[in-house]
Design a protein around this ligand. Structure first.
Ligand SMILES: C[S@@+](CC[C@H](N)C(=O)[O-])C[C@H]1O[C@@H](n2cnc3c(N)ncnc32)[C@H](O)[C@@H]1O
Length: 324
């Protein structure tokens, strides 16, 4: 549907339009009977139309449309998908836990298929191929390549991952398997996530630090200095002030010539409407300018180089800063 169509609608017309969309999606999903193409078509329309609605209305009206989504039986149907259901349920008490992110990496890493109904798996196949999930996989690939390139050039580098989750980029690097890095430290506030890092990558020398990044910012924890410090899947939750303080802290923890990398979702991604309505997953989306703003408190004279890269599908942006 033409997204500009919504700009001409009254709030009542938009509400009626959403209700029709929800009813028709529900009917199509429940009648799909293992037909993945039918599920894909229904979800394509749901993702596209919800996001167009979101973009065409103010914050309050969008919140009221979200309530319609939450009150509709389609919510229960969509939660047959383990990815959508877990994001909404937040069993660890916060959004985006490492088990959830494993549901995105799972098909690529040949992890066991999650338990779900046939319809749930059909929806899962769609949601984990959608742009946000594609972006998360591309983000991991970018970091894995960076680790391999830098440790190939100079073996023995000290690397720190902040909000490491399960550190699944380690599955894609040869640096870890061949122990080409000096130290590789995974910091995360969730001890359950780090238990998995210890299990999977501890034997290759990866160290874990169970702590919030807050203790780094306030200087309450000294864990050394590093050649590469990166953070993926964290800044999407941070406001600009916290984001700036963390980028400055990361910069201060770099050795001379060291590099920091921060990833963030870009604002144009089509999944946002679905994520907010059915996954209760609200992120901070950043433009290129917003990413540069994160460096505002770094002393200009100490910076060697600043660059921005978008991953191949332009869903995620990386800030890359090197220190003199
Ligand atoms: C979306 S996951 C990203 C995991 C991994 N970096 C990746 O890209 O796959 C977000 C991670 O941030 C961690 N986290 C959330 N708040 C944190 C904090 N204050 N300090 C450190 N880690 C935090 C969570 O425990 C979770 O593992």
């Amino acid at each position: 549907m033409d997204p500009s169509r919504y700009d001409l609608m009254t709030p009542e017309e938009k509400e009626a339009d959403v209700m029709t969309l929800l009813d028709q999606t529900q009917e199509s999903l429940l009648g799909s009977d293992g037909n993945r193409e039918q599920v894909g078509k229904a979800l394509d329309r749901l993702f596209g139309d919800l996001n167009s609605q979101r973009l065409s209305c103010g914050h309050e009206h969008w919140q009221s449309l979200i309530q319609h989504c939450r009150n509709h039986p389609l919510l229960t149907t969509l939660h047959h998908d383990p990815f959508t259901g877990r994001a909404f349920a937040k069993p660890r008490g916060y959004a985006g836990d490492a088990e959830l992110i494993d549901l995105i990496y799972g098909p690529e890493d040949r992890m066991p298929v999650p338990e779900a109904t046939q319809l749930g798996l059909d929806i899962y196949s769609y949601t984990t191929s959608a742009p946000a999930a594609e972006g998360v996989r591309a983000r991991r690939g970018f970091i894995a390549d960076l680790i391999d390139t830098t440790t190939n050039e100079r073996p023995g580098q000290h690397i720190l991952a902040i909000a490491a989750g399960h550190l699944r980029e380690a599955n894609l690097t040869t640096a870890v398997r061949r122990r080409r890095m000096g130290r590789f430290v995974a910091l995360d506030s969730d001890p359950l996530s780090l238990a998995e890092v210890d299990r999977a990558y501890g034997p290759y020398g990866v160290e874990t630090v169970p702590a919030s990044f807050g203790v780094l910012i306030t200087n309450r924890l000294q864990i050394g200095s590093f050649d590469l410090i990166y953070s993926t899947g964290l800044f999407d939750y941070l406001n600009v002030n916290t984001g700036r303080r963390l980028v400055t802290t990361m910069f201060e923890m770099l050795k001379p010539g060291g590099q920091l990398v921060v990833a963030n979702f870009l604002p144009g991604i089509r999944d946002i409407g679905y994520m907010e309505a059915f996954m209760d997953w609200k992120l901070v989306y950043r433009t290129r300018q917003d990413m540069v703003d994160l460096t505002a408190e770094i002393n200009e004279a100490d910076m060697q180089h600043l660059a921005l890269f978008a991953e191949e599908n332009s869903n995620i942006i990386f800030l890359h800063v090197t220190k003199k």
